[in-house]
Design a protein around this ligand. Structure first.
Ligand code: ATP
Ligand code: MG
Length: 435
């Protein structure tokens, strides 16, 4: 035997029954996005490295130390696995001039890659669902897309998700604030940790984001960006707040919320929960009016958010909001291989009529006894067993046996049904209320 090959650290297989939860969540999300007029966009997982270096900023955590970057062995191109979705969407929008006939609203879902220390809620391959509104400059776009996230929590039945909001203003205002911040931190240089010293002149804003408890007091008293905003930025921020208020969406202004990426302008926000331990941010986003030009396009506004699918699923689990695992409608018991030519067309007809039907099939030791087939039928969770015994088939019939107590469908006791008319009686095996 050769050595077992295992998955890359921090990258997970998602297998049934868990994968059913993923599909369920994705379906709920798609349904909501459609109601807001958001359309799907699918961009490559591999992009030119330069897209993220330029788009996200050289001194961000992602670009400095989390990126899976590599050289194409065949042509030497510098590439990267996407660490987030927005840069790729914006690249596609610029490349295909997608705003030529007006603003666009897009959503995406898929894997992202960051070389982080794996822990609960933090993986190296993780999944995001994200939305981007492009070509929309006004506060109503920000407020609409924040509302969409709030609707999602409500529709999923999630509790304990709080919205934190801030404004990063515009580059000139950030510049002024940056000078004030540097001056302030220089005065308190002895209280800065190593990370903060390193960032002092490259990205002092990120010092505000520190998780070091020893620096909290220092950071709390630091100059606030909100105090450096001019009238236009303040007006945008206040309009977003008013529109959230008007929709009954609660939030807390957090002047220290800065977000990890450089491309944000004006509104930034996070949805955070206390139910997941340290990895409590489930969704984050903001306005990125500078990004389009950064990747070589005509300047155009944009705003979006991304949520961490693993964290949402964990929250759904913790709050017992995940649906029960799906079960087949029927499990076909086939005692004799001779019956297959008669059985398989019947099962196809049932499936064509919309039923989920699992056929018993032989393992390495053959089909197994009737008793073991019944055990499998039970374990499958199916609501009915279809028994294709010799005597039944000889009479052109199949025995339908309810496997669960309290079935409310029309077939509540063992019944013989004609195999030739499967399509006609299929509906009788569906759970009551299902369509
Ligand atoms: P954090 O501060 O937790 O590192 P971030 O600011 O790096 O988050 P974003 O880039 O804003 O995260 O990504 C949006 C969302 O994606 C996060 O709020 C989180 O839910 C999820 N996310 C980010 N990184 C990971 C990861 N490594 N594993 C799982 N989910 C993640
Ligand atoms: Mg991070």
């Amino acid at each position: 035997m050769t050595d077992k090959i295992t998955a890359v650290k921090g990258m997970n297989d998602i297998v049934a029954p868990d994968s059913a939860h993923w599909e369920w969540l994705e379906a709920r999300v798609r349904d909501l996005f459609a109601r807001y007029g958001y359309r799907n966009i699918r961009t490559p997982i591999v992009e030119p490295l330069a897209l993220f270096v330029r788009g996200l900023g050289e001194v961000t955590d992602i670009v400095e130390k989390e990126m899976y970057a590599f050289e194409d062995r065949l042509n030497g191109e510098q590439l990267a696995l996407r660490p987030e979705g927005t840069a790729g969407v914006v690249r596609a929008v610029v490349e295909h001039s997608l705003l030529y006939d007006g603003p666009k609203r897009y959503y995406y879902m898929g894997p992202m890659f960051r070389h982080e220390r794996p822990q609960r809620g933090r993986y190296r391959q993780f999944h995001q669902v994200g939305v981007e509104a492009l070509g929309l400059a006004g506060p109503e776009a920000d407020a609409e897309l924040i509302a969409m996230a709030a609707d999602l929590w409500r529709e999923l039945g999630l509790q304990d998700i709080a919205l934190e909001l801030n404004s990063l203003g515009q580059p000139v205002e950030r510049q002024a604030h940056r000078q004030a911040l540097i001056a302030y931190f220089e005065q308190h240089r002895d209280q800065l940790d190593e990370d903060a010293r390193r960032r002092l002149y490259t990205n002092p804003l990120r010092i505000l984001d520190t998780k070091n408890p020893a620096m909290q007091a220092l950071v709390e008293a630091a100059p606030k960006l909100l105090d450096h905003l001019g009238p236009a930025s303040l007006a945008h921020f206040e309009a977003v707040r008013r529109l959230l208020d008007a929709q009954g969406i609660a939030y807390r202004v957090n002047p220290r919320l800065v977000r990890g990426l450089d491309y944000y302008h004006h509104t930034v926000f996070e949805f955070v929960t206390t139910s997941l331990g340290a990895q409590g941010t489930v969704c984050a986003g903001g306005r990125y009016d500078g990004l389009m030009a950064e990747v070589g396009g005509k300047p155009a506004p944009g705003v979006g958010w991304a949520m961490g699918v693993e964290r949402i699923l964990e929250l759904l689990k913790a709050q017992q909001r995940l649906p029960a695992a799906p079960v087949p409608d029927a499990y076909a018991i086939v005692p004799d291989p001779q019956a297959w030519p008669q059985v398989m067309p019947v099962l196809r007809a049932l499936r064509a009529a919309g039923l989920q039907v699992l056929m018993h099939a032989a393992g390495p030791d053959g089909l197994g006894s009737m008793k073991s087939q019944f055990k499998k039928a039970d374990a499958s969770g199916a609501r009915y067993a279809l028994i294709f015994g010799e005597a039944e088939l000889a009479a052109g019939q199949v025995a339908v046996k309810p496997l669960r107590e309290g079935l409310s469908g029309p077939v509540t006791a063992q019944t013989l049904l004609p195999v030739a008319e499967a399509a006609e009686w299929a509906a009788r095996l569906r759970p009551a209320g299902a369509t």
